[in-house]
Design a protein around this ligand. Structure first.
Ligand code: ZN
Length: 207
């Protein structure tokens, strides 16, 4: 598997490139700000971008989606609550996803976890032992809940759910806000104040 974490733009965003070495099929997660950078890495690996996966439809995560579609003719996979927003970018090849959806990238399988809270369109993508978390979970932090569509209770529930995952699973966030670009569920359970909370009451006082 080819897996690249790509720092893009001025808001410390991460895009991701996932490629199947055999078929050369690839997906880009959250193309934004610097498509040239993403496309040149795909070219270096000789990958054919067939899919665009959207963790959520905030502008800083989708600013490159339309141009990436124009460059690759890829299908856009986004949560069903975000389908309209993607359509409004002038895109027609959209696949709505939800909890439990599976996306095949060649022989690779991506499992969709619906994790609202930061945003009603927010999904995490599980690929082997890697979890792409968007703005649900950052290294030592979590997405804010005070923006349109934010819901603190749902964010708490989504984080509680991620706490139950295998501790060795890698955490690959939507922004580079922590002490390192990626970590593990174990690291977050031990070091992330939002994951260390034992009750919603405690969570709601710090978030
Ligand atoms: Zn963001």
């Amino acid at each position: 598997m080819i897996f690249e974490q790509i720092a893009v733009g001025q808001m410390q965003n991460f895009s991701y490139l996932i490629g199947d070495e055999e078929s050369k099929e690839a997906a880009v997660v959250d193309p934004a700000w610097e498509n040239d950078k993403i496309l040149s890495i795909a070219k270096k690996h000789d990958l054919d971008i067939k899919m665009i996966l959207v963790t959520h439809t905030d502008y800083d995560h989708i600013s490159g989606v339309k141009d990436m579609v124009n460059a690759t003719d890829a299908t856009v996979y986004a949560h069903k609550e975000g389908e309209e927003g993607i359509k409004n970018l002038g895109i027609s090849k959209i696949q709505a996803i939800d909890e439990g959806s599976e996306i095949d990238i060649g022989k690779l399988k991506v499992k969709v976890l619906y994790t609202p809270g930061h945003n009603p369109t927010q999904c995490c993508f599980l690929l082997d032992n890697k979890l792409i978390t968007g703005d649900t979970l950052f290294v030592e932090g979590c997405g804010r809940v005070d923006m349109p569509g934010g819901d603190i209770k749902k964010q708490w529930e989504s984080l509680q759910r991620l706490k139950k995952l295998d501790e060795n699973i890698g955490v690959y966030p939507g922004h580079d806000y922590g002490s390192m670009p990626n970590s593990t569920i174990k690291h977050e359970k031990e070091n992330n104040p939002y994951m260390r909370c034992d009750s919603f009451e405690e969570f709601s006082t710090i978030r």
